[in-house]
Design a protein. Structure first.
Length: 309
């Protein structure tokens, strides 16, 4: 099957999002034999109602992305990426990809990030969380996705874009990873999350809705909305990164960072000059390529890598 070219026009004012070129091809689901079901007792999904996998090539603004994506997820999982025991630090990170709660970018915001972490001694778990239901037809799906991006770019509208089940899945993933800490060689007290775009929102919601040891021990909040939230008195440390030319959130300021600071909670901000929205683990030719090394250095500075379990 050839890639289906579709021009996806987004009705937003920002030049970077004025026109996105999208090419999509449905593919068979990849091997998921290592994935761990969050809810193993879920009933089997009827044929034609299960998740849909695609190879998608997207150009949004200055970012060109070649990704494997999934949508209409109904059976959430985590997929472990474990480090070589010889260099394992005992730290663990759940990786939450983005996709406007309509799809998940499983490569650039999922497996690429998880493999980088595992290569550096951090156990990583890619979270495939439940999503808003979308049209099964590719062209109709892309039209709905374009409308969602347009809504996300409107001032004050982004908090209306949500999927409560994603938060439930994030908290369940944290519970499972911690419960199997001995098996996976990790420290439950050093188990955090990093999320991208909608995955950042999911990470934040797990932080705000989880109580005490339920929530992540630390979070990476990567190009999520920057608007103000009510920060818990015991909120975990936050690593926050965004590009100053982000096509969705560049006009929002840094209220979420200020909220963490005013609450007396640790927070670090990286505001890259260029990178737009969706740079994943780093966009070549920009300083966003420092994202993963900087996140790792931040973890090390906080003592998260200093001991094995």
């Amino acid at each position: 099957m050839k890639l289906l070219p579709l021009a996806l026009t987004l009705a937003v004012a920002t030049p970077a999002f004025a026109q996105s070129d999208v090419r999509i091809e449905g593919i068979a689901a990849p091997d998921q034999s290592k994935a761990v079901a969050l809810y193993p007792d879920q009933p089997v999904v009827a044929a034609g109602q299960d998740e849909q996998w695609s190879h998608m090539q997207v150009t949004i603004g200055t970012n060109a992305m070649d990704n494997i994506m999934v949508r209409n997820v109904v059976r959430p999982t985590i997929t472990p990426y474990l480090p070589d025991p010889a260099k394992a630090t005992g730290a663990a990170v759940i990786v939450a990809p983005g996709g406007a709660f309509m799809s998940l970018s499983m490569t650039s915001e999922g497996s690429d990030v998880a493999r980088w972490l595992a290569d550096h001694g951090v156990a990583a778990f890619v979270l495939k969380y439940r999503l808003n239901v979308t049209p099964r037809d590719d062209k109709a799906f892309l039209g709905a996705m374009g409308a969602r991006f347009a809504d996300a770019a409107k001032p004050g509208a982004v908090r209306t874009i949500e999927e409560p089940r994603a938060t439930q899945d994030a908290l369940k993933a944290l519970e499972i990873v911690r419960s199997r800490s001995a098996t996976w060689g990790i420290d439950p007290a050093r188990t955090g999350m990093i999320g991208f775009s909608a995955g950042a929102m999911t990470t934040l919601n797990a932080t705000l809705e989880g109580k005490g040891e339920q929530r992540p021990a630390f979070i990476g909040y990567i190009y999520g909305p920057m608007t103000q939230v009510a920060v818990p008195a015991d909120a975990p440390p936050m690593f926050n990164a965004i590009a100053m030319d982000d096509g969705l959130f560049k006009g929002q300021g840094f209220a979420i960072v200020e909220g963490w600071r005013k609450a007396g909670r640790p927070v670090e901000l990286h505001a890259y000059e260029r990178g737009d929205h969706g740079f994943g683990a780093g966009k070549p030719g920009t300083t966003t390529m420092g994202l993963m090394p900087q996140f790792f250095a931040w973890m090390e500075a906080r003592g998260l890598l200093s001991k094995r379990p």
